[in-house]
Design a binder for this molecule. Structure first.
Ligand SMILES: NC(=O)c1ccc[n+]([C@@H]2O[C@H](COP(=O)([O-])OP(=O)(O)OC[C@H]3O[C@@H](n4cnc5c(N)ncnc54)[C@H](O)[C@@H]3O)[C@@H](O)[C@H]2O)c1
Length: 384
């Protein structure tokens, strides 16, 4: 694949590394500034997406820019004939997601979302066990996505600048990953949500350092910075009901000291349960009445259809880049017209619709039904 990357920050580097691992070519990088794209050091540098698309004609564009740019950059890429692998959150509104899906259909191109945690072999195994009825009907689902990313009161990220992040912070940054993981493993859509939001650090100051984005609107500080009133949630506490009847809770938190990426999924069914932690992705705990077993990743135990996700033999740990690479590989297979099970734009839209339901629930202090007109869960989360 001749790939172009939009954005030249943290996740763009991860994509560049994995594109190379998959024997793709990063032909160009488009940044906010030309100097940023040049400093990336891979591919031709641009600061104008249309110019890049015209000159490079990439097979696929990897959108790795701030959330608010995903929709227009994706639509422009489809119009230029490229497939798109878009970072999560797919966009900042469900309406924008629908425009992106329409643009893909019009262009006859494929859109995929970088829901990277689906790529772990153990996650695939858990999905199969659930599907095969190993745990019986599911009753309880519980989870966490805890990050310490913005604990430091002096840290500023572009997400704090009004307009760049969208109507949610923690749920767009972390929550959509966990929602995808939950629905992927259980095979059940989130049907109802009740949310309580908190903002623990409402004062943030932009200083213009790398990664902070352009100067936001706000009150100037004596040292040349800008004080921003940050009103989005940095902690979200959620009550959830799935369409298949399971129910439970989740907390998504951006200020959890000592937790860089603590992602937990715990499920109980009528005949057993399991616990999985992203920080120890090569094992899960299987629970039966009176029994708790740690199951290590074993490629031989994987369903033949999932075996390709285990890149190295048993006993050798795999990690985040391996899972992420699997998701890109599967998305590229879909783009080449092969049968593939990748995170679709439909799954991306579902994540945004769940966040919109949570935002409405938190504002109105009531449970909200997740209603996604025209969505087809079985198509976006196929179990075969
Ligand atoms: N899948 C994952 O695990 C994962 C992890 C981190 C971030 N992300 C997502 O990736 C996206 C980028 O996050 P990040 O952590 O890399 O942020 P970052 O701040 O490290 O990088 C963002 C980059 O986009 C560039 N940019 C800003 N405006 C632009 C524009 N108009 N056109 C082109 N480039 C522009 C910035 O200069 C910067 O290089 C976000 O949507 C985020 O949610 C996903």
């Amino acid at each position: 694949m001749r790939a172009a990357i939009v954005g030249s920050g943290y996740i763009a580097r991860v994509h560049a590394r994995l594109i190379a691992e998959l024997c793709g070519d990063v032909v160009a990088v488009c940044g906010r500034t030309l100097s940023g794209a040049q400093a990336f050091g891979i591919g031709q540098a641009y600061d104008n997406l249309d110019a890049m698309l015209r000159a490079e004609k990439p097979d696929v564009v990897h959108i790795c820019s701030p959330n608010s740019f995903h929709a227009e950059q994706t639509i422009a890429s489809f119009a230029a004939g490229a497939h798109v692998l878009c970072e999560k959150p797919m966009a900042t509104s469900a309406d924008d997601c629908r425009r992106m899906i329409d643009a893909a259909d019009t262009a006859g191109r494929v859109g995929a979302i970088a829901y990277c945690y689906r790529g772990y072999p153990i996650v695939r195994e858990l999905r199969r066990l659930v599907r095969n009825g190993d745990f019986g009907a599911l009753w309880r689902i519980t989870g966490l996505y805890l990050s310490q990313d913005v604990c430091d009161p002096d840290k500023y990220v572009w997400h704090f600048s009004p307009g760049l992040c969208g109507p949610a912070f923690a749920l767009f940054d972390y929550g959509v990953h966990w929602f995808d993981l939950l629905q992927f493993v259980t095979g059940q859509p989130i049907a109802e949500i009740q949310a309580q939001f908190s903002t623990r650090r409402p004062d943030r100051t932009w200083h213009g350092n790398p990664g902070e984005g352009p100067r936001p609107r706000g009150e100037a500080t004596e040292d040349g910075g800008v004080r921003v009133d940050f009103a989005l949630e940095d902690q979200a506490d959620l009550l959830l009901r799935l369409a298949g009847g399971a129910s439970g809770s989740a907390t998504v938190m951006a200020l959890s000291p000592g937790n860089p990426n603590h992602i937990a999924l715990s499920v109980d069914g009528e005949s057993g349960g399991f616990d999985w932690l992203q920080e120890q992705p090569n094992s899960f705990v299987e629970r039966r009445p009176g029994l708790k077993i740690i199951r290590d990743r074993d490629p031989d135990r994987l369903d033949p259809a999932d075996r390709w996700t285990a890149a190295v033999p048993g006993g050798h740990p795999e990690g985040y880049p391996d899972a992420f690479r699997n998701v890109i590989a599967e998305s590229w297979r879909g783009m080449r017209g092969e049968t593939a099970d990748f995170p679709t734009f439909g799954a991306g839209l579902r994540g945004i619709a769940i966040v919109e339901a949570a935002v409405a629930s938190a504002a109105e202090r009531r449970p909200v039904t997740v209603d996604i007109p025209g969505a087809d869960f079985a198509r976006d989360y196929p179990m075969d």
